[in-house]
Design a protein around this ligand. Structure first.
Ligand code: UT7
Length: 351
């Protein structure tokens, strides 16, 4: 019995925000963002639209794509680092939004590796025989941590108000991170099936000594109170990142993980048909591709259009590859990701 992806869907907010739009808010440029990250535009959620809303759009279409109805789903795994609330998680909210039965919902938080960890969990649930159909969702609404609280209307063309110099200076303080992120969701339905098609092997890793290189320190239940006005003012509710360290880890550890799953499956890396890499930076994607000696056409990317959507990048990319006919029966596809934790790994999928 193998775990087969029988349906995919995506949920993208309608506001397209270009690099030029962001340059109106802070000291940055289209050239800097394109050259350093490959990103040209990203989507921003409506004010009030959360990761559960985006995840529900993706989930509904994944369930329909699988030829199922919400009543057929036996368990949900929801991966996000930007939940609607600190508690409860998005799982029960998605259950209500979709009208799911009384089934278990699991909320997981492995950030950029959330979808990959979700694949492992879904596979284990299905292999246990206790669940027949698992819905896995990766969804993010990053925009609420961005500091331009007063500039949304200007950014989405609903106001002509110019940004003040003070706002511009404040926005510029976090430009190394904010320009990279976008909002969006992807979902897949996995079902247990007989045959050669399906997931595995999967290899996951965690190195908590790297927890500090990508973290959000401004909300902490080690402190009383757990968040203060001063911290919000100081921008401590925006993730902090040692960009270069994450970059180095990504271009080293993702190729290692891909080699590991290939070795576990007695495959050569060159035998892979598609390598789907977490979309954080085009330079990272190209670095991993070159480290593994794969041709560019086997490593599709969409970071140009969506930026980094954290737990949503892999399911959005997989959905688009299927829609474009890039995923054909009998192919060997590998998913790989690395992110805050540090968590990373790779998963082989025979389509
Ligand atoms: O999803 C998983 C987690 N995230 C990642 O995988 C991201 C990994 N890291 C990266 O992608 C890259 O390190 C970044 C894109 C974040 C940064 O690229 P970099 O080549 O490492 O640039 P840098 O941090 O060395 O910054 C170079 C310069 C700095 O100016 P000075 O100090 O050299 O004068 C920055 O202040 O670029 C400046 N800068 C900007 N300039 C214009 C930083 N952000 C911006 C910006 N616009 N948005």
């Amino acid at each position: 019995m193998r775990s087969v992806i029988t349906g995919t869907g995506i949920g993208l907010p309608r506001h397209v925000v270009t690099n030029q739009d962001l340059a109106r808010l802070m000291d940055t440029s289209d050239e800097w963002i394109r050259v350093r990250s490959g990103i040209q535009e990203r989507r921003y959620a409506e004010p009030g639209q959360g990761s559960t809303d985006l995840g529900a759009i993706a989930a509904r279409s994944a369930i329909a794509d699988a030829g199922l109805t919400p009543a057929d789903i036996d368990a949900v795994i929801f991966a996000t680092m930007t939940p609607d609330h600190l508690l409860p998680g998005n799982g029960p909210l998605l259950q209500v939004a979709l009208g799911l039965r009384d089934i278990p919902t699991f909320d997981i938080r492995q950030q950029c590796s959330g979808f990959l960890y979700g694949l492992e969990m879904a596979d284990l649930l299905l292999q246990s025989g206790r669940y027949g159909r698992v819905l896995l969702v990766g969804a993010e609404a990053h925009t609420p941590f961005m500091p331009w609280h007063l500039a949304w209307d200007t950014l989405i063309g609903q106001s002509t108000r110019e940004i003040t110099e003070a706002e511009r200076a404040e926005n510029t303080l976090s430009r190394d991170r904010t320009v990279l992120f976008g909002d969006g969701a992807g979902a897949v339905v996995l079902e247990a099936r007989d045959g050669a098609q399906g997931l595995g092997p999967i290899q996951l890793h965690t190195d908590g000594t790297g927890a500090g290189v990508l973290t959000m320190t401004g909300v902490s239940f080690k402190r009383r109170p757990f968040v203060t006005h001063a911290q919000i003012q100081a921008g401590e509710t925006i993730p902090v990142m040692s960009g270069k360290e994450v970059f180095k880890a990504a271009v080293t550890l993702m190729p290692q993980a891909v080699r590991e799953v290939c070795a576990m499956a007695s495959l050569e890396v060159a035998d892979l048909d598609l390598l789907l890499i977490h979309q954080a930076n085009l330079r990272i994607i190209e670095g991993v591709q070159k480290a593994l000696g794969l041709p560019a056409e086997k490593v599709p990317h969409n970071i140009e259009r969506y930026g980094n959507t954290t737990a949503a990048t892999l399911p959005i990319l997989f959905h688009e590859c299927r829609a474009q006919g890039l995923v054909r029966p009998g192919m060997k596809v590998v998913f790989t990701a690395l992110g805050s934790g540090l968590h990373w790994g790779a998963a082989l999928y025979r389509s």
